[in-house]
Ligand binder design. Structure first.
Ligand SMILES: *Cc1c(COP(=O)(O)O)cnc(C)c1O
Length: 390
């Protein structure tokens, strides 16, 4: 390995000339906050989902997935005294939104193969206070939504999908975002499968939920309330119907999103190609490779998560150090929530309660996988992994 090679970061966005031109057009237009482009982005996103769905899907553009998750739970009436079940093996945003609303979070372990929420643990965690389940499609592999929706129906629970990793991901050929949950939230954060810098999309078939989320997205402003009583409304008039939030997506961000969305199929194909190259190259090494989607389904490959086998003869931290020494950035997804001081102390959590997540955490490493990588970059990562394992 040459020391001359530049550092290969763990993640990089791919922003093309079309995105740049669209942003410049927005800047010159005089309309930089939420406006015509945010609306077009919502429409384009709905069209994308409705190729698979039934034409009933509504999209609400927001300035982060965290905001979208918060709005979804708020619209579903989640509040103090309620419990929300989610996976410990996720980013804190998945769970923190329930705390914003005064609800409690019940963390459960993951399936040791998929690293998605463990189905029998969900059932075991249900109490009379349980109101909702938030599954995460970890790394871009669909969670077992059929089982989760079954449990929800049986116990009268709401389901909000954290699909921050899952664009585009399918389950039994249905796109995530079009299944039967109450709402699904995508992220356009810088390292996600498409980006607007910061941004997210709340997606739902529930017209009432959509209406509430639109109002709460922008300060609780309702312009329709006035329409009901007056034929003619002056453009300056609005009514505040709730203490809402400031979660709207700017047109600058939406300008990026319009073009990133068009490139999504090509982005997914490139990610798939890199994942396959890794799978082939790593077969036979002391590694547990990430599971692929079942035949006929799509894995978004937001993350490529390796696990060191027991006979790897090296710790995860040593492995990452050796990768860095070769100029390759890595990451860990995730330090599980039960390990973080806030969650651990708030709920008195012990690692023994989450044996699969804990074991994964100790042995797992995410290696670079993004569309801006060249074939030479991919080859370099493969060589570095071999070298790091000795
Ligand atoms: C990135 C991410 C989020 C938060 O997305 P933002 O758009 O940054 O708010 C939530 N959940 C998971 C699992 C994520 O990876």
């Amino acid at each position: 390995m040459s020391a001359e090679l530049p550092f290969l970061p763990f993640a990089l966005p791919e922003i093309g000339e079309e995105e740049i031109a669209e942003v410049v057009d927005t800047l010159r237009s005089g309309w930089v906050t939420t406006g015509p482009k945010a609306k077009r982005f919502e429409q384009a996103f709905a069209e994308f989902l409705n190729q698979y769905g039934d034409g009933q899907i509504e999209c609400i553009a927001v300035n982060s997935a965290t905001a979208g998750l918060h709005l979804a739970l708020e619209a579903l009436g989640i509040g103090p005294g309620d419990e929300v079940i989610t996976t410990t093996h996720t980013f804190t945003a998945t769970a923190e939104v329930a705390r914003y609303l005064g609800a409690d979070v019940v963390l459960v372990d993951v399936d040791p193969n998929t690293l998605n929420i463990k189905i029998d643990e969900i059932e075991a965690a249900i109490t009379p206070r349980t109101k909702a389940i938030i599954p995460v499609h970890y790394a871009g592999l669909a969670a077992d939504m059929l089982a989760i929706l079954d449990i929800a129906r049986k116990h009268g629970l709401k389901v909000v999908e954290d699909a921050a990793h899952a664009l585009p991901t399918t389950l039994e050929k249905e796109l995530i975002g079009t299944l039967g949950s109450n709402a699904t939230v995508f992220s356009f954060y810088a390292n996600k499968t498409m980006t607007t810098g910061e941004g997210g999309m709340l997606v739902t078939r529930d017209a009432e939920l959509a209406q509430r989320a639109r109002v709460m997205r922008l300060h609780g402003i309702n312009r329709d309330a006035f329409d009901r009583f007056t034929a003619k409304k002056p453009s300056w008039y609005y009514e505040i119907v709730a203490p809402g939030f400031k979660y709207n997506l700017t047109d600058i961000a939406a300008a990026l999103g319009l073009h990133q969305l068009k490139r999504l199929p090509a982005f997914q194909a490139r990610r798939e190609q890199i994942a396959r190259a890794y799978h082939e190259a790593f077969a036979g090494l002391p590694l547990i490779l990430p599971p692929c989607a079942p035949d006929g389904d799509v894995h978004s490959w937001h993350l490529y998560v390796l696990r060191l086998a027991d006979d790897a003869g090296i710790t995860r931290d040593e492995f990452i150090e050796r990768m860095y020494a070769q100029g390759i950035g890595c990451s860990v997804h995730y330090v599980p929530l039960h390990q973080h001081p806030y969650w651990r102390e708030r709920y008195g959590l012990k690692a023994e309660r989450f044996p699969h997540s804990q074991k994964v955490y100790e042995t797992t490493v995410s290696i670079p996988l993004y569309t801006a990588m060249s074939d030479a970059d991919v080859a370099r990562v493969i060589a570095a992994v071999r070298q790091a394992l000795g």
